[in-house]
Design a binder for this molecule. Structure first.
Ligand code: UDP
Ligand code: MG
Length: 318
């Protein structure tokens, strides 16, 4: 059988507390796999997303100790989406796995994922959380709402609870890399490219150590970015509201002409003015959001900047 390389892509931001735990676990799992499937080999590609702690130092040490370890270190924090992109762009494998460093994505599932994909029926195997244990109630509520909203207004269907833990074929990764947009919303991109995905249902796992960088506002922004990236429905809301107000105005005129009744009073006028003004601002805001995204796209800035890799580091040291 031909040898096959599996690239394990790990975005890392301030993960010094958990990185060695992750490394030990991934080595344990992949060594087991190698015993069963001798034709497999692995590379571990860590993306240091501008960490402020000792993450980069640990990665340098690991890459010296273990030649399967590679890393790309950003010049500053560009966000997890950029991390995943850099990982996919730099991975050399026939199969590519994206996995979080905090052990919330259990590495022990990789053999099962490999089997699903290697059998040929699926192009991708991913995990889907079926419980939100340990998550604040309000956050769970808004997450559910988000999936309901985006799936009803976007043609790209996003599976509720699907995680960024995926085992993909090279073909699928190449398709993902073909999407060159600046505002990257991976959950949408993974779904948009199609391909057949097998979801393994998992329970929510807590972080092994360290802390999450997400909070309610960041998640809200992320959700809105997702909607803007995969649906133009919000712009249609303005047209819809415009129609409602035209009909309302016509109704008032007709009522006055036919019944001779007039709506009196300063409060009514003020309320109407405020309502119409508010809706106009809202519609302008929605269009503005899309324009700002277009602005970002046309600037065509790099999505991340590499400060160092295991190769340039070695050159520096020699
Ligand atoms: N991460 C990253 N850049 C960031 C934030 C997070 O590369 O700006 C990485 C982080 O190191 C982890 C993964 O993305 O491996 C998921 O992050 P986190 O655990 O903070 O998110 P959560 O699991 O709470 O959604
Ligand atoms: Mg996490």
């Amino acid at each position: 059988m031909n040898t096959e390389l599996i690239s394990i892509v790990v975005p890392c931001y301030n993960e010094q507390e958990v990185l060695m735990l992750f490394y030990d676990e991934i080595i344990r799992v992949t060594d087991e796999m190698k015993k069963k499937y001798e034709h497999l080999s692995f590379e571990f590609l860590f993306i240091n997303d501008g960490s402020k702690d000792d993450t980069l130092k640990i990665l340098r040490d690991l890459s010296e100790r273990d030649e399967r370890v590679r890393y790309v270190s950003f010049s500053r924090n560009f966000g997890k989406e950029a991390g995943i992109l850099a990982g996919l762009e730099n991975a050399k494998g026939d199969y590519i796995v994206t996995i979080d460093a905090d052990l919330q994505h259990p590495p022990k599932l990789i053999p099962q994922m490999y089997e699903y994909v290697a059998e040929g029926e699926y192009d991708c195997a991913g995990t889907r959380r079926v419980s939100r244990k340990g998550e604040p109630v309000l956050l769970s509520f808004f997450s559910r709402m988000f999936y309901k909203v985006i799936n009803s207004i976007s043609q790209t269907q996003i599976v509720d609870g699907a995680q960024d833990y995926r085992f993909m074929t090279r073909q699928m990764v190449d398709a993902i890399l073909g999407m060159s947009e600046y505002s990257r919303f991976s959950k949408g991109i993974f779904s948009w490219v199609g391909f057949k995905t097998k979801y393994i249902e998992v329970e929510n796992v807590e972080r092994a150590a360290g802390k999450t960088t997400w909070n309610f506002w960041k998640l809200l922004k992320y959700s809105l970015d997702g909607i803007l990236a995969f649906s133009t429905f919000p712009v249609s809301i303005s047209i819809f509201m415009g129609f409602i107000f035209i009909i309302l105005a016509a109704a008032i005129v007709i009522k006055t002409l036919i019944c001779g009744e007039t709506m009196e009073g300063y409060p009514v006028m003020t309320a109407l003015l405020c309502l119409i003004g508010g809706i106009q601002l809202l519609c302008m805001g929605i269009s503005g959001q899309y324009i700002s995204k277009i602005y970002l796209e046309v600037k065509n800035r790099p999505k991340y900047i590499v400060g160092e890799t295991e190769k340039t580091k070695k050159k520096r040291g020699s």
